[in-house]
Design a protein around this ligand. Structure first.
Ligand SMILES: Cc1ncc(COP(=O)(O)O)c(C=O)c1O
Length: 387
């Protein structure tokens, strides 16, 4: 099957956060969903189910667990058992349940900075403390400051590492060596790893996603892996994800945390698209990455040849591109103003991702090529028109 990623689909007026937040003359390249229609088998299954006309309580069938298992096996070679899968209402809630299950108020949760902005909320909102481990930008490439990481992990109150792999916003797809080192440091310091692997399907040529739990048996026993097909198949609005936990004791504790919040009730329009996407839509994931690879090449060339004041941090994964705008020497507020009000392109302003984010912007390139071209032309005029 072939998916047409150039199909024009008007998202305005559909209560769409990405398109309905800003005025009509703004091109939205911010929040992390794509502008692409879902795979045809997903759409067909949803229409068929909707046509049944009754949407009562569903039974928690094993089809959901099977689909998660199936995808991990065929895409990444990770053999998991169905019972390792806990349904969660998306990834961020799964992380919150893990925070509540495995840490206490006042405990430290280590986070590699800059970090996905909701992580800055869920940790303090639950009375835990963020211990930031800043990623270092060296020659246009982010590396892990392992000395600092070890220091943060060895703090007596350090209980959890919230790892984002692939990393949003810096676009790193961490290598086996890096992940092994992280995993072993966490074991040595008795720090549990919660690995957010929501961007695992979108990996660019020359890189490979390694599920954190596949590194070693000891590491598998010390982690919880959170997944969601929402980024890949554009189904974030159905609010359904999963946590995969190989270790039985951890799994039981996580389940209790989910159950205590009565958060185990699935929705028929949540599990159905996940199952269909994971079981039938490999073709779509493959073609999506191919299309994004084209968008990426286009934008890399555009910035390099036409907007020399901005450096693109070349991503290894994700459709979220980290733009180094520090040469413009503008405050966070002025940068946002420049792009939103002058260029009329909405992006995420870097300081919202915490330390290391100031002077950067995050651009979502999961749109039609034509929209990307328009946005880049607007940015070129706005930036190159600065005195
Ligand atoms: C790293 C990361 N984790 C989690 C999420 C949100 O996931 P969910 O909607 O499943 O809570 C996002 C969305 O952008 C993300 O980038």
């Amino acid at each position: 099957m072939k998916h047409n990623f150039d199909e024009v689909v008007d998202r305005r007026g559909t209560e769409c956060k990405k398109w309905d937040t800003y005025p009509a003359d703004v091109i939205p390249m911010w929040i992390a969903d794509t502008d692409f229609k879902c795979p045809e088998p997903v759409v067909a299954a949803m229409i068929k189910r909707a046509g049944h006309g009754i949407y009562g309580y569903p039974v928690n069938s094993s089809n959901f667990n099977k689909a998660i298992k199936n995808w991990q096996q065929k895409r990444f070679g990770w053999e998991i058992a169905e019972e390792w899968v806990e349904y969660t209402p998306a990834v961020v809630p799964a992380i919150v349940f893990a925070i509540r299950a495995f840490t206490q108020p006042g405990d430290h949760i280590v986070l590699q900075m800059p970090a996905y902005h909701p992580f800055h909320q869920i940790i303090p909102d639950n009375g835990r403390i963020i211990a930031g481990n800043e990623l270092l930008l060296q020659d246009g490439h982010y590396v892990i400051d392992f000395a600092d990481l070890e220091k943060k992990l060895s703090h007596p109150r350090a209980r959890m590492l919230l790892l984002c792999n692939p990393h949003n916003p810096v676009g790193r797809c961490f290598t086996r060596e890096e992940l092994l080192k992280i995993g072993n440091l966490c074991i040595a310091n008795q720090v549990l790893v919660v690995a957010d692997e929501i961007h695992a399907d979108i990996i660019y040529a020359g890189h490979r996603h390694i599920p954190f739990a596949t590194l070693s048996e000891a590491i598998a026993n010390n982690c919880i892996v959170c997944v969601n097909p929402s980024k890949t198949f554009n189904i974030a609005g159905v609010r359904t994800g999963a946590a995969i936990t190989p270790n039985k004791a951890l799994r039981t504790a996580l389940h209790e945390s989910v159950a205590n919040n009565k958060a185990y009730g699935r929705t028929i329009f949540g599990t159905l698209p996940v199952e269909v996407a994971y079981n039938e839509c490999d073709y779509y994931a493959d073609q999506l990455v191919e299309y994004l690879q084209g968008n990426l090449a286009y934008m890399l060339d555009f910035f390099a040849t036409r907007i020399s004041a901005i450096q693109v941090v070349k991503p290894e994964a994700t459709y979220l591109i980290w733009l180094d705008c520090r040469q413009l020497q503008m405050s966070a507020a002025d940068l946002q103003k420049l792009f939103l009000e002058k260029a009329k392109v909405a992006m995420n302003e870097g300081s919202t991702f915490g330390p290391g984010g100031t002077g950067f912007m995050r651009m979502n390139i999961a749109c039609r090529r034509e929209v990307l071209e328009q946005a880049l032309l607007r940015i070129e005029t706005a930036v190159n028109g600065l005195n």
